[in-house]
Ligand binder design. Structure first.
Ligand code: NAG
Ligand code: NAG
Length: 228
């Protein structure tokens, strides 16, 4: 049994004439970093408090937008509360890699103020090329030479795990392809691989659409596909 702990990242605006931040009476200079509300590593940028990472109870740092992280029975997610306006001009003068900005699945380097890559299912940054997000959904991260524009292109699905070579084209599946493995039929849709139909032996291999549940003669309850 795991509990869900959603750490929502928020951006607080302060109307300050100076570039410093006032956090409940404590003044921080631009570029200072501190832990706020026990769970957020924040910094002061142009008078605004900005969250850099989430912090778990044991002190593990999570990137904003990274996949969930389980620790002592708690499943942590670190996500933006609202879509905020990101601006590379708010990057500190002496930025380092902890200042990277994340927007959706794009990673922006605060040192160069340019795109640096796309974020995969593991929360790792892929500089250029194929990467996987959830449900084996295959994407291609394309960053223009000037690094001011980036695009995530849909490439169908990847029929493998993170241990397999992502460039192995025999594992690339075209979007909307349907195939069968044993008594399960899969489909590569807009958001990755999903079970489409089942052909359960107990039901004499009659096709059953995903999302169906049934009670067998012996009383066992079965479902086709993962029902959300
Ligand atoms: C994986 O599939 C589920 C169910 O269709 C969907 O809600 C989720 O957004 C998908 N994940 C990704 C990363 O596309
Ligand atoms: C995916 O991989 C499985 C197991 O290697 C194979 O049986 C199946 O045909 C593959 N599907 C496609 C569409 O290539």
């Amino acid at each position: 049994m795991t509990f869900s702990l959603r750490l929502l990242v928020f951006y607080t605006l302060f109307h300050s004439i100076y570039a410093q931040c006032d956090d409940n009476g404590v003044i921080y200079a631009s570029g200072d970093k501190w832990i706020r509300n026990n769970h957020f590593l924040v910094t002061c940028r142009g008078g605004k408090i900005q969250t850099l990472k989430c912090v778990t109870d044991s002190g593990h740092l999570l990137d904003v937008g990274s996949k969930t992280y389980v620790e002592q029975g708690y499943e942590y997610t670190c996500a933006h509360e609202v879509a905020e306006n990101l601006n590379t001009n708010s990057c500190p003068t002496f930025a380092d890699f902890s200042d990277d900005i994340f927007k959706d699945r794009f990673a922006i380097c605060c040192i160069s103020r340019r795109f640096k890559g796309c974020v995969d299912v593991n929360g790792d940054i892929v500089k250029d090329g194929y990467f996987i997000i959830g449900n084996q959904s295959l994407k291609y991260c394309r960053i223009q030479p000037n690094q001011l524009m980036a695009r995530i292109e849909p490439k169908g699905c990847f029929n493998g795990t993170t241990n397999d070579d992502i460039h192995d084209e025999s594992r690339h599946i075209k979007k909307y392809a349907v195939w069968r493995e044993g008594d399960i039929e899969y489909r590569c849709g807009d958001d990755g691989v999903h079970i489409q139909r089942c052909f359960p032996k107990e039901l004499k291999n009659k096709p059953i659409w995903a999302g169906t549940a049934w009670i067998q003669d012996d009383g066992q309850v079965k479902t086709c596909g993962k029902i959300h």
